[in-house]
Structures are given as structure tokens and as C-alpha cells.
Design a binder for this molecule. Structure first.
Ligand code: PXP
Length: 256
């Protein structure tokens, strides 16, 4: 069997900006957080520019683009405003997410199948500008097929339902959602998609997801920023990275 792809860690810094925005002003600075995450072993930085700018702002995106050496993954809704911002800044990647103003976080995946006509232009224009497009979807074959038809090279599987089951201590739910993620990752890779995953992951829930061999990237934010209050961001990123490595290479990390 061939080696699974290396598993990258994308650190989402949105909630550093949430804390900053609670008071206005400049601190804590999400760009400083991105640089610390980079130093701690993150492979990329993710930021979601929401329509209401509740966390990351336009000027954060400009600063991230000019100060980071890591690739930036811009999460964005499929709107003309966000498309023109993405085309102007040219991040390495753009992850198209569903967005409803009243939700507290991104509550479900995109309906790539039903939204085909609306999404096509965004996937084509971003891809045409050499921005690696991913679609944030539920772990369903029909969504993976739709992403493939749209020509997106990457999908990100929504891990929220799995994480909710883990927090609730619902063993059957964990097993069910993990099976969906595992099947979707294998199917996605088999039809030529690069498969990422994220949303709601913690130290306690990350390992079974990180062990799914077809996954190439996990995007994790809220838990890392929350944990940073207690241990610092460098330590929270380092620990998450170590857990991902242990899950992916159990033998070699046990021997160290
Ligand atoms: N991936 C996507 C597409 C997201 O929208 C989010 C949340 O912004 C995440 C990953 C990270 O989720 P969390 O902050 O819960 O770790």
C-alpha cells in the first residue's frame, strides 16, 4: 500500500479577532497569532472573512497576505463581494462555505449538488486565478460527486456532527459519523479530489479523524485559540500537531 499523504495542519485564527473585536482596537492581533502558529508547526493559516466582519476584517487579510510566509486559506461565502476580495488578494486557497448571518458558526456544509449553477462561476473564476478552490461539504458521496462535477480540486469535509457526538459522549453517533467521514475521504480520493476536514476538532476528537489515511489537511481554530488562554498558542498548536502525528504514524511516534 502506498504511504498516505502527509497531514497538514491549517490553523484558523478567526477567534483571536473575535476577542479583539469584543473591545475594538488592535489587540489581540490575529496576524501575530498566525506568526506564532507558523513557528509552532502549522502548515497553513485559515481565516474566514464573513459578510458581517464579526472576526477577521479586510485589513487583517491584507496584513496576512503581506506578513505571512505560510499559505493562506481564505474561507468565503459564494458572493460577488467575497469573490472580488479573493481575486484582489490572491490567497493560496479559498474554501467556499455556506454563510447565514444569524448562525454562530458555519453550521452545515454547502449543498454543492443543489447549488451547482450558483457555485460554478465562483469555482471557475477562483480556479482561473490560480487560487486552489475547496468546497466545505457534508461527508456524502452525492456532495463529493457534485464537487467533482464543478471542477473543484479540493473538498473539506464538515466534522461538526462527529465532534458534537464526541462531546455528547454518544458512542454510536461517533462511530456513525466517523464511518461517514472515512467513507467520504476514501471516495473523494478515489475520484481524484484532495480531501481536507475540519470544524469543532479538539485534542479529544482529533486522533480518529487524523488517522483517516486519505485526508491531506485538517483546519482547526476555536479549540486551539481557547486552549491558548491556558497554555499559550504555541503550546496548543504543538500539542495538536503531535496528536495528529501520533494518529498518522502510531509506530514511529511510540518509538521516540
Ligand atoms: N473549516 C471550515 C470550513 C470552517 O468554516 C471552520 C470554522 O470557521 C473550521 C474549519 C474550523 O472550525 P473550528 O474553529 O471549530 O476548529
Amino acid at each position: 500500500m502506498s504511504e498516505p499523504p502527509a497531514l497538514r495542519l491549517g490553523v484558523n485564527i478567526d477567534h483571536v479577532a473575535t476577542v479583539r473585536n469584543a473591545r475594538g482596537g488592535d489587540v489581540p492581533d490575529p496576524v501575530r497569532a498566525a506568526l506564532i502558529a507558523e513557528h509552532a508547526g502549522a502548515d497553513g493559516i485559515t481565516a474566514h472573512l464573513r459578510e458581517d466582519r464579526r472576526h477577521i476584517t479586510d485589513s487583517d487579510i491584507s496584513r496576512l497576505m503581506s506578513e505571512l510566509t505560510l499559505p493562506l486559506n481564505l474561507e468565503m461565502a459564494a458572493t460577488d463581494e467575497m469573490l472580488s476580495i479573493a481575486l484582489r488578494h490572491q490567497p493560496h486557497a479559498a474554501c467556499i462555505v455556506p454563510e447565514r448571518r444569524e448562525e454562530r458558526t458555519t453550521e452545515g456544509g454547502l449543498d454543492a449538488a443543489a447549488g451547482h449553477n450558483h457555485l460554478q462561476r465562483f469555482v471557475s473564476e477562483l480556479g482561473g486565478a490560480n487560487i486552489r478552490v475547496s468546497l466545505f461539504i457534508e461527508p456524502d458521496r452525492s456532495q463529493l460527486d457534485a464537487a467533482k462535477r464543478l471542477g473543484a480540486p479540493v473538498v473539506e469535509l464538515h466534522t461538526g456532527a462527529y465532534c458534537d457526538a464526541a462531546i455528547a459522549g454518544d458512542g454510536a453517533g461517533v462511530e456513525h459519523h466517523l464511518r461517514r467521514l472515512t467513507d467520504a475521504a476514501a471516495y473523494g480520493a478515489s475520484i481524484g479530489l484532495e480531501v481536507h476536514a475540519g470544524h469543532g476538532l479538539t485534542y479529544d476528537s482529533v486522533k480518529p479523524v487524523a488517522a483517516i489515511p486519505e485526508l491531506a489537511e485538517l483546519n482547526i481554530g476555536h479549540f486551539l485559540v481557547g486552549e491558548a488562554i491556558f497554555v499559550g498558542l504555541q503550546a496548543s498548536v504543538l500539542r495538536m500537531r503531535a496528536l495528529m502525528d501520533e494518529a498518522r504514524h502510531p509506530m514511529s511516534t511510540a518509538a521516540q
